[in-house]
Write a protein that binds this ligand. Structure first.
Ligand code: HEC
Ligand code: HEC
Length: 190
């Protein structure tokens, strides 16, 4: 009878912490905006914009960080503190904000190189015009260094929470990834 108990304990340990005590939405989001930006513009170019991001995508990422499916030394311990309902409240708060206007930066030739990779990998089949939809994140106007880092993380499988994206990035060269990141940072949604 001892084995099932141990197995059960192992399963419980893999589940994110129960719930953060004394949860007050305003206090939690103040923590987030210290990095992700009070006005929606993150304080560093390798921090992602989350204001105006898709609700379900934000929620999924918080759950993935919390459960260790997506690992990051900053985000994992933060997200692990919230239960589902708390993560939902936080996701809704940011999803309801307007997406900030951050000027992207691209170089000559980026568009051609990016389009070559986008055609080969059929990005638009899932990402449409980069506006995002539910589980699909908005990428138009996202932070340039964040985009490059996360695509390289998919490729090296440092980011493991979306195996489809990792398989796809395996065939995209690093030069194409950097061109894609710069190009996407300049895409505007009308
Ligand atoms: C100390 C800085 C810092 C704080 C505080 C912080 N974040 Fe983050 N956040 C980051 C960094 C850096 C990344 C990129 C991590 C990666 O690439 O894996 C990130 C990634 C994310 C992502 C993934 C975005 C995407 O496009 O995939 C979400 C969602 C997120 N953070 C939400 C939050 C929320 C909600 C809070 C507050 C509860 C918060 N963050 C607090 C630095 C921070
Ligand atoms: C089969 C569908 C599919 C295709 C094709 C696809 N993606 Fe994705 N992509 C996704 C999904 C789903 C996610 C969200 C993964 C998650 O939940 O972590 C994602 C996430 C991303 C992210 C992370 C965004 C963030 O905020 O962290 C980037 C960047 C990205 N895709 C770029 C691309 C590019 C560039 C292409 C084409 C070269 C492409 N994707 C093709 C489905 C796809």
């Amino acid at each position: 009878m001892k084995l099932p108990l141990l197995v059960l304990a192992g399963c419980l340990a893999a589940v994110p912490a129960l719930a953060k005590d004394n949860f007050v939405l305003e206090d939690e989001v103040a923590l987030c905006t210290g990095c992700h930006g009070e006005d929606g513009v993150p304080v560093a170019t390798d921090y992602p914009i989350i204001a105006g991001q898709q609700y379900f995508y934000i929620f999924t990422q918080l759950r993935d960080f919390g459960a260790g499916r997506r690992e990051n030394e900053t985000m994992t311990p933060i997200a692990a503190e919230y239960d589902r309902d708390q993560a939902k409240e936080i996701a809704q708060y940011f999803a309801d904000k307007p997406w900030p206007d951050v000027p992207g930066s691209s170089q000559e030739g980026d568009r051609q190189l990016a389009e070559k990779a986008m055609t080969a990998a059929e990005c638009s089949a899932c990402h449409g015009k980069w506006q995002g939809d539910s589980r699909i994140p908005r990428l138009a106007g996202q932070q340039v260094d964040y985009l490059a880092t996360t695509m390289l993380d998919f490729k090296s499988k440092t980011r493991k929470n979306a195996p489809d994206m990792s398989n796809l990035m395996a065939d995209v060269s690093d030069d194409e990834i950097h061109a894609l990141a710069r190009y996407l940072s300049t895409v505007v949604i009308h």
